[in-house]
Unconditional design. Structure first.
Length: 540
């Protein structure tokens, strides 16, 4: 189970002999008259759900498509290791803040065109913000716009954005969501948007580096270079085919046989085998993700932080990393991964220490019975561990966790549920423990899972509530001084480390694979297709 706060590692592949896959050779050459088309093929596991970012989405493939078709005001940079991320100009050419940092003056690029020839203007930006906030549309990230009081149009390419409070995420919140075509999509009443996803494909007007040439359902989407795109010489690739290939084995075969050029998010064992394949490059990068074991802190014995720490110490998390990730992960420590600027550098993961776990359980009133099982009131310590049946890595982890805890006499029953049934159990609080993962955004607002208000308005399904944690989350939201914010987040992580509302299992790397004929491929946690407009073929 994987959630996003602002994605799930897929099934493990059955053993495939790479040598046998490399027999195929030669990438088909597409021709455009007498000239070769600079074309690449990307393989997707699932089909995008639409082209309107406010009503479609929920998976990475959809947002990756939309981000190639529509511009943002800015481009968030993957430079969040040492400081909060910076932003580069996109549709916005320049911007300045007022002295109180509550008003932002924006100047848009002139001459940026929608695909029907109409110029992009400040009216598009203001209208997009209005639609993002409209309850009839019910955009999932509408709350990110709640502190934007108004966006005023000062001219065809000038705007003034008014905020009601300072925060470290003002620019990020403004930038969330693509700018949409008011003159084209404004013709459909907003109340009809959620039920008319296909309408937007039929009336598609875009302004990004690529245009959507065709969409054959469950087969292939074809993107072509936008001839009116504002960056000279880009995109370099003139055609990009997004082929839908649900089976992982088939995707690996297509890449290895050189009938495809790029696969996002290959699994650890796939990456291990592809590393030695001729004509294939595997790129690894630390993702902004952590996988965890959530405890229902409203259920005995998980009401006790001592018991939760004991359970963490009884799980060989380094063993999980070694067995499941082939060295492409590290043991988790906190809710801010180690590749993010505000990660607490002095916190060490709780060590695997069964003896210490037994001692902590004893101090919490769980004495060993004659069979060596922690028991209180004549009842041995046991619980049900929920896991998403569609996530084999989490399934394997749950089985190993069961075995680890059995070594100190704890009985764990692993219960597999489909994703939606699992979410229902978590939302209702009807669980004892569950395996999951979070992909975090760079706002570093940990309220989604650890603030007491998220018991009803967010994802705090474990029921964790700690007044000081609430205070620190709220303080971090408003602190604009980077060093003060860092120290606030350090203290917050110390409390989570102490209380263990989650057992932080691991932080994974992500791996993408591509053919050697592709250059300038720079996947990162923001997107596997980051700057697709700059990708090129080796012969170019």
């Amino acid at each position: 189970m994987t959630f996003q706060t602002r994605t799930a590692l897929g099934p493990l592949l059955a053993t495939v002999g790479i040598a046998s896959l490399l027999a195929g050779c030669g990438t088909p050459t597409a021709l455009d008259g007498a000239h070769e088309v600079r074309s690449a093929t990307i393989l997707l596991a699932s089909e995008p759900t639409g082209v309107n970012p406010l009503i479609s989405g929920g998976n990475r493939a959809t947002q990756d498509l939309i981000d190639r078709l529509f511009l943002h005001l800015f481009e968030e940079q993957p430079d969040f290791a040492e400081h909060p991320p910076t932003f580069a100009p996109r549709l916005a050419r320049e911007w300045t803040w007022s002295s109180d940092h509550l008003t932002l003056n924006l100047t848009l690029r002139q001459g940026v065109l929608w695909s029907d020839g109409v110029e992009v203007t400040a009216e598009d930006v203001r209208w997009t913000w209005q639609v993002q906030r409209d309850k009839r549309v019910a955009w999932r990230y509408a709350e990110l716009k709640e502190h934007i009081v108004d966006i005023r149009v000062l001219g065809s390419h000038r705007l003034e954005v008014e905020f009601d409070q300072r925060s470290p995420n003002q620019l990020a919140d403004l930038n969330e969501g693509n700018i949409l075509p008011r003159h084209a999509w404004g013709r459909l009443p907003l109340a009809e948007w959620p039920s008319n996803a296909d309408w937007f494909r039929r009336h598609l007007v875009t302004n990004g580096p690529f245009k959507l040439e065709s969409w054959e359902s469950q087969q292939e989407l074809v993107l072509t270079a936008n001839p009116d795109y504002y960056e000279p010489g880009l995109p370099i690739l003139r055609r990009v085919a997004l082929r839908i290939v649900p089976l992982r084995r088939n995707r690996i075969e297509e890449l290895a046989a050189r009938r495809a050029d790029f696969i996002p998010q290959v699994t650890p064992d796939e990456a291990q085998r592809l590393e030695g394949a001729s004509g294939v490059i595997v790129q690894h990068f630390w993702h902004r993700q952590y996988d965890y074991l959530a405890w229902n802190t409203h259920r005995v014995p998980f009401t006790s932080s001592v018991v939760r720490r004991a359970l963490t110490q009884a799980i060989d998390r380094q063993g999980l990393v070694d067995a499941l990730w082939y060295g492409r992960a590290r043991v988790g420590t906190t809710a801010i991964p180690a590749n993010v600027w505000a990660h607490h550098p002095r916190l060490e993961p709780w060590r695997y220490d069964p003896a210490a776990a037994r001692a902590d359980l004893a101090s919490a009133g769980w004495a060993l019975d004659s069979d060596g099982r922690p028991t209180t009131g004549g009842k041995p310590l046991s619980f049900e561990l929920l896991v998403n049946a569609g996530n084999p890595i989490h399934l394997d982890a749950a089985v190993l966790i069961r075995d680890h805890l059995a070594r100190i006499g704890i009985l764990v029953t692993v219960r597999q549920l489909d994703f939606h049934a699992l979410v229902d159990r978590l939302d209702s609080g009807d669980f004892e423990a569950a395996v999951g993962s979070w992909g975090i955004d760079t706002s570093l607002d940990l309220g989604y899972a650890f603030h007491s208000t998220s018991l009803t308005e967010g994802y705090n399904s474990g029921g964790y509530a700690e007044p000081r944690v609430d205070q620190l989350i709220e303080a971090a939201r408003g602190e604009t001084n980077i060093e003060l914010r860092r120290q606030t987040l350090y203290e917050l992580q110390e409390l989570l480390h102490r209380d263990q509302p989650y057992t932080f299992l691991w932080e994974p790397q992500r791996s993408d694979a591509h053919s050697t004929r592709l250059e300038n491929v720079r996947p990162n946690p923001l997107s596997s297709l980051f700057r697709l407009r700059q990708w090129r073929l080796a012969a170019d």
